[in-house]
Ligand binder design. Structure first.
Ligand SMILES: Nc1ncnc2c1ncn2[C@@H]1O[C@H](COP(=O)(O)OP(=O)(O)OP(=O)(O)O)[C@@H](O)[C@H]1O
Ligand SMILES: [Mg+2]
Length: 281
């Protein structure tokens, strides 16, 4: 990792001075502050940072699901204020429709494109095979495990073949083997289709396996602390010395948050006698 923040040519996605404020309990909460980033076509950007630092909020802005932000977000130079077919998002929770079958949930990813029925059938079948869910086409979401539901959501996000794919911890509920397979598959998709990917993860190893660049966010408010180039060749060997060094370096970067003098941590609920709970809020 070289640790540079060089400008990227041919930016497909650009953020300039992006900020986001919410109102919580009548008071403003600055969640994101002055984010500046350029992402090149086909680039794989991984976003890491402490829980609550604004990663999901950022992906929602990029997807166009929330137009109330400061600064500028643009795709191909056009301001993002709404959802668009060139951008797809896979949410942190699977958000499947409980009354629809696996196949219909996946087919929903094609709603905007509305191709002929035969093509829908073919593409849904191919996606279900890709995520290893053959035989479950007619199952309902409550009949699936958490990891299976997450794979359905992945299939729904991938099927429309967006130019920019936003992924919010997409592999969190998967077992290690499936997780590795899906990481390889994402890289293959990126290679085949030149999809620009922005993926949020808490998994340091996953960040090193996937990223061209890792954006490390610092919390409260969420801001870019560092952008790390990962210049290891593909396929990346997890056991190699260079992989190990990159992982250690990223780990150290993340631990800066833990060690920073912040506000005192609230006691874990189990440490608090029940009779005191009424004073907590
Ligand atoms: N709709 C909302 N209204 C008010 N505050 C919100 C809203 N959505 C998010 N927040 C606040 O914004 C901050 C960032 O939330 P966000 O979900 O983006 O974090 P995150 O980095 O994705 O965390 P995690 O890693 O736990 O998923 C949190 O303090 C959260 O309480
Ligand atoms: Mg989140």
């Amino acid at each position: 990792m070289s640790g540079t923040t060089q400008a990227v040519q041919e930016a497909v996605l650009a953020l300039r001075h992006v900020g986001k404020r919410f109102e919580v309990d009548g008071r403003p909460l600055q969640v994101l502050h002055d984010l500046n980033l350029e992402v090149a076509e086909g680039e794989f950007t991984v976003i890491v940072g402490a829980s609550g630092c604004g990663k999901s909020t950022l992906l929602r802005l990029l997807a166009g699901l929330d137009a109330a932000y400061d600064g500028e977000i643009s795709v191909d130079g056009r301001a993002v204020r709404d959802v668009g077919r060139e951008r797809g998002i896979i949410f942190q929770e699977h958000r499947l429709f409980p009354w629809l079958t696996v196949a219909d949930n996946v087919a929903l990813g094609l709603a905007a494109e509305a191709p002929p029925a035969a093509q829908v059938h073919e593409r849904v079948a191919a996606m279900i095979a890709l995520v290893g869910l053959q035989g479950f086409e007619r199952a309902l979401p409550h009949q699936l495990s958490g990891g299976m539901a997450q794979r359905v959501a992945l299939a729904r996000g991938l099927i429309a073949d967006p130019r920019i794919l936003l992924l919010d911890e997409p592999f969190g509920a998967l077992d290690a083997l499936t997780r590795h397979q899906m990481q390889d598959e994402l890289l293959a998709i990126r290679e085949r289709r030149r999809t620009t990917m922005l993926l949020v993860t808490h998994d340091v190893e996953e960040a090193i396996v996937l990223a061209d660049r890792i954006v490390v966010l610092a919390p409260r408010p969420g801001r870019i602390r560092r952008i790390i180039d990962v210049d290891l060749p593909h396929p990346r060997r997890r056991g190699s010395y260079r992989f190990h060094s990159a992982r250690e370096a990223l780990m150290e970067e993340l631990l800066l948050d833990e060690n920073a003098a912040g506000e005192p941590r609230r006691k874990a609920a189990e440490e608090i006698p029940l009779q005191h709970l009424q004073y907590l809020w």
